[in-house]
Structure formats: structure tokens, C-alpha cells
Design a protein around this ligand. Structure first.
Ligand SMILES: Nc1nc2c(c(=O)[nH]1)N[C@H]1C(S)=C(S)[C@@H](COP(=O)(O)OP(=O)(O)OC[C@H]3O[C@@H](n4cnc5c(N)ncnc54)[C@H](O)[C@@H]3O)O[C@H]1N2
Ligand code: MOO
Length: 399
């Protein structure tokens, strides 16, 4: 059985990004930038007023001074005048600072009498002026390639003057449930049918992470049905199968893939849940064979499929699993040869430091209700000794 970290590295090793496309800014949130974004202009492009008031020379902006108002400047309508000594212009928030002026007196500090402004307070040089380029300069790199765009990035790209962005194409990921007992949610209830929960859960995770998912028809436990569905791999960027990966007589995923030319990389890893995980390539398409137990399928999707998807999308992915420290909320017994990923709740520590992760006593990989109630997975190394409540541990947050 392969070590989890080695298996993860082997999956990520030869994956390539799957190309670029250009999308409108309004559709770009959540996508991954494939080309950096540079500012078309400085922000602000010219120095502007941050307040409604009067622009003047700082040397004139003294309490008690009376200045001659020589123009009025709304935002978006620059003035042609140059402010001289003893003069000021009326202007509004966002309006360009006229030549000759170097301070803004807010209107609350001015008594206006006709075309004269009497200052009731002094103003410093540069006060209430947003200097040209104070946010960014023309050609500055605003956003690097490989960044997943959030709402604030969209705002910055818009401020930089961009209406189209070059992003990674959404990987097309096929999801193939297998098994004679698998039926669709919504099918009539047969006595021994199992609703296909795993495909919907894995598809939801991968969509949330940026994939376009394609739900393939359920393959039955025979070679013809499985090879027919697996041949669709050629049209996909990645194919994820669920079930039929273990050692039973009807676990035909590997034989079916072998028949149509799978180059298998590995099968079976030292992990619980997730032992029968398989990875290989059919032509150019990576194939990940997940175990059928739905919790095992989900945990393997978090640990292996999601980073593979991120790599296809051009997101930087570390080879190490990203974990966080916590402390155990209950005793745990010694571990065997498989790295454990225990479903657990997470609660704030009474001392306010590291949070407390408490694994459920039931860890059956078919129990979706316990998975739903969990916030984290507690990681336990192979052969870890028994540990008491209060011992430090490492966790992964569940998406
Ligand atoms: N003798 C051994 N038996 C098993 C071993 C082993 O090492 N030796 N490994 C066990 C482990 S660990 C796992 S995990 C399972 C995985 O087996 P398969 O990948 O072959 O999965 P299936 O047998 O097809 O299904 C297992 C279980 O999950 C249900 N299932 C399958 N697909 C779905 C789906 N899409 N949605 C919901 N539930 C699904 C299926 O009905 C089975 O109950 O093997 C152990 N056996
Ligand atoms: O990988 Mo299985 O889910 O451990 O029973």
C-alpha cells in the first residue's frame, strides 16, 4: 500500500493546465487568472479632491482669510483656470484639483459670501487631495497569473480598466458511478437499491472548486457497461469513477480499464477511508478510481481529486497537505498501518488558543450523516500511538 503523500505527489506530478479562455469581467469571479492583469491607467488618473469644498494654495489657507472664488468644478469636468494667490475654486468630491492649488478646505470650514469664501479654519498642504496614482500607477501588475479571482480582485481589475480577463478553462471532469445496486435519487424505492449519493457529493465539491462536471450514466458491474463509459474519457480533462475499485469478484473497474489500455500508476494506498484508490491514464486523460463507500469517495476527493483539479486550473498546489494544529477532544486508540482521516467536530478551546477537534466514535465510511455533522478531519499517522484528550493533533477543514 502506497503512502498518502507519495500517492498525492504521483497524481500531481504530470498534470498540465488545460488551456485558457477569455471571459467578461462580470463572469470572472471564482475563475483562475491565466495572464497577469496590468493597470491601463493610474488610479486616480489625476489628483482629485476627497471632499466637497474649495481648492486653494496652502499658503492662503489660513483661518480668517478671504479668497476670491474664480471657478466651480464638478467631478468629471476639469477646470481650465490656474489658481492664483488670493484665489480659490469651488469643487466637489472626485473633481480634478486645478493647476496652482495644493490643498482643499472642506465646505464646513468656509462661510460663503457671493463670490468670496471666508475660511473659519486653516488647511494643510495636500489636505483632502487624492494624489495621482496613489492607489496604483499605469502598468503596475495588479493581479498575478494563478490567482483565483474574488470580488475584491474583480473590483481592482475594473479599476485598472479591464473588461475581459484571460482565465484558465474550466476542466471538464466526468463522474462515473458504478454498481448494479446504484440507483438515482428520485428513482422508485427498490428493496435493495442504494441511492447514488457519492456522485452528487463529489460533483458538488468539484463544481464548488471550479470544475465543469459531467455526470456519466451509471455503469453496471459488467465489462461491457464499464468499458463503454470509460471510453468517454477521451472527451474529458479528468475522469473520476466511484466504486468497484476493491478486491471483490464484481469490482471490475481495473479489469475494464486495463482492457481498454489504462496505464495504471498505482492501486491501494495506506489510508482510511480510501484504501482501494486507483490512479492511471487512459490516453492523455488522468483517471482516478475512488472507493464506493461515499465517505471514502469524499475524503479521497478532498485529498487527491481537488488538488488535481486545481493543478489543471493553473492554481499553485503544494505537494504537502495543508493542515492546521488543534488539540484532541477525546482519547484515541493506537493506529495501524493506514493513515487515518477521522471525522470530527471542531469547537473553540476554553483557553481561546488552539481549537478542540473531537472525532466521532463511529467512523464507518458509509455514514454520511456523521460526515455532515463533522467540520474537520483529524489526521493520524500510520502506527501513531494511543493518545489522550488534550494532545496536539493536525486537522483539515472540510469544505
Ligand atoms: N476483502 C476486502 N473487502 C474490502 C476491502 C478490502 O481491502 N478487502 N476494502 C474495503 C474498503 S476500505 C472499501 S472503501 C470498499 C470499497 O470498495 P469498492 O470501491 O469496490 O466499492 P463498492 O464495493 O462498489 O461499494 C462499496 C459500498 O459503497 C456503496 N456505493 C458504491 N457506489 C456508491 C455511490 N455512488 N453512492 C452511494 N453508495 C455507493 C456500495 O453500495 C457499497 O455498499 O471495499 C471494502 N471491501
Ligand atoms: O476505504 Mo474504506 O472506506 O476504508 O472502508
Amino acid at each position: 500500500m502506497l503512502d498518502v503523500a507519495v500517492a498525492r505527489a504521483r497524481i500531481l506530478e504530470n498534470l498540465k493546465t488545460c488551456g485558457q479562455e477569455i471571459v467578461p469581467l462580470s463572469q470572472a469571479c471564482g475563475r483562475v487568472l491565466a495572464q497577469p492583469v496590468h493597470a491601463r491607467t493610474a488610479n486616480p488618473p489625476v489628483s482629485v479632491s476627497a471632499m466637497d469644498g474649495y481648492a486653494a494654495k496652502a499658503e492662503d489657507a489660513l483661518e480668517g482669510a478671504v479668497l476670491h472664488i474664480v471657478d466651480e468644478i464638478p467631478a468629471g469636468h476639469p477646470s481650465a483656470v490656474t489658481v492664483q494667490k488670493g484665489e480659490c475654486v469651488r469643487l466637489f468630491t472626485g473633481a480634478q484639483i486645478p493647476a496652482g492649488a495644493d490643498t482643499v478646505i472642506i465646505q464646513e470650514n468656509v462661510q460663503r459670501e457671493g463670490d468670496h469664501a471666508k475660511l473659519t479654519a486653516s488647511a494643510r498642504q495636500g489636505q483632502y487631495i487624492r494624489q495621482q496614482g496613489q492607489d496604483f500607477q499605469k502598468n503596475d501588475e495588479l493581479l498575478p497569473a494563478g490567482r483565483r479571482l474574488g470580488p475584491r480582485d474583480i473590483g481592482l481589475a475594473a479599476a485598472g480598466g479591464h473588461v475581459w480577463l484571460t482565465v484558465s478553462r474550466r476542466p471538464r471532469v466526468g463522474i462515473l458511478a458504478t454498481g448494479d445496486e446504484i440507483i438515482l435519487p428520485g428513482d422508485p424505492d427498490p428493496a435493495d437499491g442504494i441511492f447514488n449519493s457519492a456522485s452528487f457529493m463529489v460533483a458538488a465539491l468539484l463544481q464548488q472548486q471550479g470544475a465543469e462536471t459531467i455526470m456519466l450514466p451509471i455503469a453496471r458491474d459488467n465489462m461491457e457497461s464499464l468499458t463503454t463509459q470509460f471510453r468517454q474519457a477521451a472527451t474529458l480533462d479528468m475522469l473520476v469513477s466511484i466504486g468497484g475499485a476493491s478486491v471483490g469478484d464484481y469490482d471490475l473497474v481495473r479489469p475494464a480499464l486495463a482492457e481498454i489500455g489504462l496505464q495504471q500508476d498505482f492501486w491501494k494506498i495506506a489510508m482510511r477511508p480510501g484504501k482501494p484508490l486507483m490512479f492511471g491514464r487512459l490516453g492523455n486523460t488522468p483517471i482516478i478510481g475512488l472507493p464506493g463507500n461515499p465517505v471514502a469517495a469524499m475524503v479521497c476527493s478532498i485529498v487527491f481529486v481537488t488538488p488535481a483539479l486545481h493543478t489543471l486550473m493553473g492554481l499553485p498546489v503544494g505537494t504537502e497537505l495543508q493542515t492546521e494544529p488543534a488539540i484532541l477532544g477525546c482519547d484515541v486508540k493506537e493506529n495501524d498501518a493506514r493513515q487515518d482521516f477521522l471525522r470530527a467536530t471542531l469547537a473553540p478551546s476554553p483557553k481561546g488558543a488552539v481549537a478542540v477537534a473531537t472525532p466521532f466514535s463511529r467512523q464507518d465510511s458509509a455514514q454520511l450523516n456523521i460526515l455532515k455533522q463533522s467540520q474537520v478531519l483529524v489526521l493520524r499517522a500510520p502506527f501513531a500511538p494511543a493518545q489522550k484528550a488534550g494532545t496536539p493533533c493536525q486537522i483539515i477543514r472540510l469544505p
